[in-house]
Every structure is written in C-alpha cells, then in structure tokens.
Design a protein around this ligand. Structure first.
Ligand SMILES: Cc1ncc(COP(=O)(O)O)c(C=O)c1O
Length: 379
C-alpha cells in the first residue's frame, strides 16, 4: 500500500481537536485558606451516612463488579416504579451522555442543544464525529420554538438539561411534551434530569412519564448531585428497550464500580437524606436569591441547587474580579465564560456557613457592607 497520502503520525478523527476539554470546578484556593467549594453543585450535606457505610463495607477489591449493575437497577426501579430492564447505569451520567451521542449520531449527523446547554453535549457530539447545532435561548431559558426550528433531516439527538446547568432554569412539562411532539420520530430526545430531585414545581416532570408514553425519549439521572456521590461516578438512564439496548452494547463492560453500586443502592433507599437535602435547598435557595438581589446583582431565577449571578460591567465590579476576590476568602465559585457568560458566576447553594460568608463577602466586594452584610434575614 502506498503511504504517500497518509499522515506521518496518528491523527485524531475530525472533530476531536475541536473539543475544548471540560474544565471542572476549582477545588482549592491557595495554601492555608479554608475552602468552601461552591463550584460543582455538590451536596452541602454530603452523602447519606448509609451510603458511606455501604461504600466502606466493601473489601473484596479483587472482584469485578456486576457488569450489569442489576441490584442497583432494581433499587432504582423500586424507587421510581420503573422496569429495571429499561435502565442502564453508567460511570456518572457523563458517560451515558457520551454513549448517547456515540450510539445515535455520527459523521454527517447533527446533534441539537440549546445555547447555554451543559458543555458535555458539545463534547459528546464532537467525540461522536457529529455536528453540533445550537438553538438560541430566551432570557436564559431553553426555547422550544427555537429548538424545533433548528431541526433538520440530519438531526439525530436533542440534548436538553431540565433544569439546565449553568442557568438553573427549567421548562414545564407542557413545553417538554410540545418539544417531543414536534420532533420527527427518529430523533432521540435526551432529557438530562441531573437536578430533578431539587425541583419543587407542580408543572415539572423529570422525563419518566414521557419515556413511558413515547418511543424516542431517554431520561438521564445522576447520583452525583442530591445523593452526594459525585466521587463514585454513578449515573443512570431510562428509555425504550431499543435505546437502552444500544447503550448497553457500547458501554464499558464494568462501567460502574462495586463501591459505586453499593453506595448508590443505599443512597436511593435513604429517602430521609434526600428529603433533608431538598429541605436545605428550599431554605437557602430563596435566601441567597433574595440577599444577592438586594445587593444589586441580577440573579437568574433557579429551581435547583445553584444560582447564575450576573455582575455589572463596571471596572472593579465584574464577575472576573468578584471571582478573584471571593477566591482569596476561600469561596470558590464557577466562572462560566466557556458557556458564553463572561459577566456571570455560578454558585452552588452551600452550607449555612458558606452561604452567609458568601453574602457578606459579596457585600464587601460591592462596597455595601454597612447596608446589608450579616442581616441574617430570612432563613
Ligand atoms: C446538567 C448535567 N448533566 C450531567 C452532569 C454529569 O453528572 P455526573 O457525570 O457526575 O453524573 C452534570 C454535572 O455537573 C450536569 O450539570
């Protein structure tokens, strides 16, 4: 075979070098500083003590885990009334998002998501060799009309986080149904409900009902957020038998670790811990929204465990400067420039201590100390 036209070294597939690798939230703030990590939407209450116990009780590390995560799928099925055969577990929902793109889209296909959609959608699309298509949002909310208008004959997957990260906004069930009905039947609607448990709105539905009543919807969930198991990397997805079969064919043979399986089973059964996490969020989400708004910042209304906060353009008051100021005090937030939101920061609802310190530090940053800091108002 002639080598004249071949590259002289291994070259990644088209699209791979267009990927900007995902940058996780920062976790440290310099030597000697006590850190409040509000950059990755982790659970301020930590994992359930029962999940920790299950994790620690595992000592046969020489054994492979059950590759099909059967007991975990049964526990999830029991918790939500779902058929375990239509559930697939993954190394976090990140893996399942990647597998979804890989299984259903490839070169020449389009994958659609909205303007401020979770960054992994673009990474997964490009990794699959497909073309990303972005639909504009309206006021930091996904826009069903814009998404439907962007569908073409080449669209294969629509990724939609509901609620979305980093905006914290959601679409009501009626809108999700309208989106599903407007899609051609061959397009897979991947509903990423990573933050579903936090939403307390009567018009919200995570995707379970839509999966049950249609053929082209996949719902993705995670144990990283409300269950506090981010370190263990466990996610799951629920879909039609055919969609789940496709994901099972291409997933890693042992894609969930034994400690991950054990801890996730205990976590999903500990409804008391989940309720405590929801109650904590219900208390501090409105408090932080109120306090930050009172400081003159614009807060995108959130239904979940984080807030997108918009800063002024004025020198000395910008998001970048606020981030550096807070970092010096050990308060680590998330820059969202990579989402096209350089004027905003995303912050996770933290412990009471972290939330109060954050408001006080921002009051200081904005020069409003006398007016509001330490009001202790509300929660
Ligand atoms: C919207 C959304 N989906 C999925 C994930 C991935 O979660 P994990 O891979 O930890 O399950 C995240 C994590 O931040 C997220 O914000």
């Amino acid at each position: 075979m002639s080598s004249a036209t071949l590259p002289s070294r291994p070259v990644p597939r088209p699209g791979v070098l267009a990927i900007e690798a995902y940058v996780p939230g920062k976790a440290s703030a310099g030597p000697g500083t006590r850190v409040f990590k509000l950059s990755a939407n982790e659970n301020p209450l930590g994992a359930s003590p029962k999940a920790l116990e299950a994790y620690r009780s595992l000592d046969a590390l020489e054994l492979y885990p059950d590759g099909s995560s059967l007991k975990l799928r049964e526990a999830i099925g029991a918790a939500y009334g779902l058929d375990p055969a239509r559930i697939v577990c993954g190394t976090g929902s990140d893996e399942l998002l990647m597998l979804t793109a890989l299984a259903f889209a490839g070169p020449g296909d389009e994958v659609l998501y909205s303007q401020y959609g979770f960054l992994v959608y673009r990474i997964a699309t490009l990794a699959a060799g497909a073309t990303p298509v972005v639909a504009p949002e309206t006021d930091h909310h996904s826009d069903v009309d814009a998404l439907l208008a962007a569908v073409t004959d080449r669209t294969r997957v629509v990724f939609l986080a509901n609620p979305n990260n980093p905006t914290g906004t959601y679409l009501p069930f009626d809108e999700i149904k309208r989106l599903q009905r407007g899609l051609p039947p061959n397009v897979l609607l991947a509903l990423d409900a990573a933050y579903a448990e936090y939403v307390r709105r009567n018009d919200y539905e995570s995707g379970i009902e839509l999966v049950a009543t249609t053929q082209n919807v996949l719902m993705l969930r995670t144990f990283s957020k409300i269950h506090g198991l981010a370190a263990l990397r466990v996610g799951w997805a629920y879909g039609s038998a055919e969609v789940i079969d496709a994901l099972n064919r291409i997933r890693g043979a042992f894609n969930v670790s034994a400690p991950g399986i054990a801890a996730a089973i205990a976590a999903i059964q500990d409804t008391g811990h989940t309720e405590a996490a929801v109650a904590h969020n219900e208390q501090w989400l409105p408090w932080l929204t109120h306090e930050l708004t009172a400081l003159g910042l614009t807060v995108t209304p959130s239904v979940t465990n984080f807030l997108l906060v918009h800063f002024p353009d004025a020198p000395g008051k910008t998001a970048k400067e606020a981030d550096a100021f807070l970092m010096q005090r050990g308060l680590i937030l998330r820059r969202v420039d990579s989402y096209g939101l350089p004027g905003a920061l995303r912050l996770t609802i933290g412990t009471e201590e972290a939330n109060r310190l954050l408001v006080a530090a921002l009051a200081e940053f904005l020069g409003k100390t006398g007016e509001r800091a330490g009001t202790g108002h509300g929660a």
